[in-house]
Design a protein around this ligand. Structure first.
Ligand SMILES: C[S@@+](CC[C@H](N)C(=O)[O-])C[C@H]1O[C@@H](n2cnc3c(N)ncnc32)[C@H](O)[C@@H]1O
Length: 388
């Protein structure tokens, strides 16, 4: 929190742009006051319009004119990627290589600041050109427009077939245009045959079959599944690389969803306790794991369930954006698994939980980071912690 000269929403100020920060923006200072600037890149000089300026706090701004561009700047291909526009993408104005560098910097910075660990991070790209990968979206609908939201606003972005969402497959915007008279949130799911399933609010979702390394998983059309088509295999591969010897071991798959990691752990010879809170996810996980007689799906919240489970040799956890939290990390550590593999969709949560695991006797033994959400600031990390 900084004090500084008055800045008001709508002011246009000249800024020298500093490092990237977590959240899809860069840090600048205006006469001492921190300003988080979107649509800018490190090293640039820009004119930026102030979008938020609460007294006694940092301000937010949007670059509206670039005076000195970064060498990594490119023309954003989507018309909705503009100041005051769509909040779905953060980095369309950066080259693919620069996006990887920006995201690696953020992961390293969060691990250092929150987890107390200095690591060089390499961001791995997934297959594809960085567009058309978003196979699932949850978009707003006001009865006429169905689309993503404007950045930090409830307003809808009017995507059209002429100006579609470029990170989703083309058919997805077209399917959104066909939805009328629905108010609330609509889930659109692109499936392998090229069609798109529409799940309006309160509708019973269809079942989608997803294939990972030849293994089929059933999942609700609006349930949790990695949205990038290359993500599940990259993550499963990384998790198994960190857990090489599973025969006869007992494993936990916490925040297990429909049993993705549990199935591959069980296939590698482990008896798995999979814990999932969402009753629909639990139902699908039970189906997906039915062939593995040594494995069990437990319905309920991780923090309540794990106290009653037999101690594991290895743990995989893949919590939501908020992370597992101190109590769950300490409870895992107290059972003494030799390896904990943490799949993280938020590097800040990973940083915080890393600090807890380290204090409870675990070292960060390995870290991989994947650009599973190109054009956005989001990343997936897989971290291995070893008991020391
Ligand atoms: C990031 S998803 C991971 C799912 C699965 N590992 C996958 O990759 O498909 C997180 C999952 O945790 C579940 N969840 C959220 N909070 C939970 C909690 N406190 N206890 C158990 N499950 C929870 C969500 O329903 C969701 O399925």
């Amino acid at each position: 929190v900084e004090d500084g000269p008055a800045l008001a929403v709508g002011d246009v100020v000249e800024l020298d742009i500093g490092p990237v920060a977590h959240g899809g923006h860069c840090v600048a200072r205006h006469e001492g006051r921190v300003v988080f600037v979107r649509h800018a890149l490190p090293g640039e000089r820009v004119f930026a319009r102030v979008t938020e300026a609460k007294p006694g706090s940092f301000a937010r701004a949007d670059a509206v004119d670039v005076l000195v561009p970064s060498a990594g700047r490119v023309a954003p291909p989507c018309v909705h990627f503009e100041p005051g526009g769509c909040g779905g993408c953060d980095f369309q104005h950066a080259s693919a290589d620069l996006q990887l560098t920006l995201k690696a910097t953020v992961v390293a910075e969060q691990l250092d600041r929150l987890g107390g660990i200095k690591r060089r991070v390499e961001m791995e790209a997934l297959p594809g050109d960085g567009f058309g990968w978003r196979t699932r979206v949850r978009w707003g609908s006001d009865g006429t427009v169905v689309g993503p939201r404007v950045y930090r606003s409830a307003a809808l972005v009017p995507v059209t077939t002429q100006a579609p969402c470029l990170i989703a497959p083309p058919g997805l915007t077209a399917a959104a245009r066909s939805v009328t008279g629905v108010v609330g949130e609509v889930v659109l799911t692109a499936v392998d045959d090229g069609s798109v399933l529409v799940t309006p609010p309160d509708a019973t979702p269809a079942t989608v079959v997803e294939t990972v390394f030849g293994r089929e998983f059933e999942v609700a059309a609006d349930g949790f599944w990695q949205v990038h088509p290359g993500a599940t295999e990259a993550l499963v591969d990384a998790v198994l690389e960190y857990l090489p010897d599973l025969t006869g071991r007992r494993g936990w798959d916490l925040y297990g969803g429909v049993g993705l990691f549990a199935a591959f752990l069980a296939d590698a010879g482990a008896d798995v306790d999979c814990v999932e809170a969402d009753p629909v996810g639990v139902e699908y996980a039970r189906r997906n794991l039915s062939a593995f007689t040594g494995s069990t799906v437990h319905a309920g919240r991780v923090e309540r369930v794990i106290g009653g489970l037999p101690a594991p040799d290895v743990v995989v956890l893949d919590p939501p954006r908020s992370g597992a939290g101190r109590a769950v990390c300490e409870a895992i550590a107290a059972t003494g698994p030799r390896t904990v593999v943490y799949v993280a969709c938020d590097p800040a949560a990973l940083g915080r939980d890393t600090a807890t695991l380290r204090a409870a006797g675990y070292d960060l033994g390995g870290l991989r980071a994947f650009d599973a959400f190109p054009q956005t600031h989001h990343v997936e990390c897989v971290a291995r912690f070893d008991r020391h």
